[in-house]
Design a protein around this ligand. Structure first.
Ligand code: ZN
Length: 154
């Protein structure tokens, strides 16, 4: 298990040091949403460009904050780019389900929950649920993405 935790730590640090899809998009046509986590001081700006077919053709991430918030945003951007809005929403749901394990009283039973979507690197953030105060860091970019997608649909 410690081997897996090392791997997870490495993935998180890699995304923190070399964030994917960093930058801005022109609005419009892109939409922009901002999120803030006052508990930790994390800020995330999400830009999404949704084409006529409902595909997220481009995504950019701005903001600053702790390693969990920034690496989660980087992983999210890599995971949703090129996906349909529907697929992205499914991924948000699966990710938030993974992050809410502690709320259902299953602390420590991290392998008990079945996640339908393939979370890929995002699995690396699974360990965050052991630190409830950091969960808002991990979910910030996802909540911000939902706002940006609503704006795009709007
Ligand atoms: Zn944070």
């Amino acid at each position: 298990m410690s081997g897996l935790e090392d791997l997870y730590r490495e993935i998180i640090l890699d995304h923190y040091r070399t964030p994917r899809n960093r930058g801005e998009l022109e609005t419009p046509p892109a939409t922009r949403a901002e999120g803030f986590n006052p508990l930790c001081g994390d800020e995330i700006v999400v830009y999404v460009d949704v084409d006529d077919a409902g595909t997220i053709s481009d995504v950019k991430i701005g903001g600053q904050g702790c390693s969990i918030s920034q690496s989660s945003a980087s992983m999210m951007s890599a995971a949703i780019k090129g996906k349909s809005v529907t697929e992205a929403r499914d991924l948000v749901r699966a990710f938030k389900q993974m992050m809410s394990i502690h709320e259902s009283g299953l602390d420590g039973e991290l392998d008990e929950i079945d996640i339908e979507a393939d979370l890929g690197d995002l699995e690396a953030l699974r360990g965050v649920v052991k630190f409830p105060v950091r969960i808002k860091c991990a979910t910030l970019s996802w909540n911000t993405l939902v706002q940006a997608l609503e704006e795009a649909a709007g």
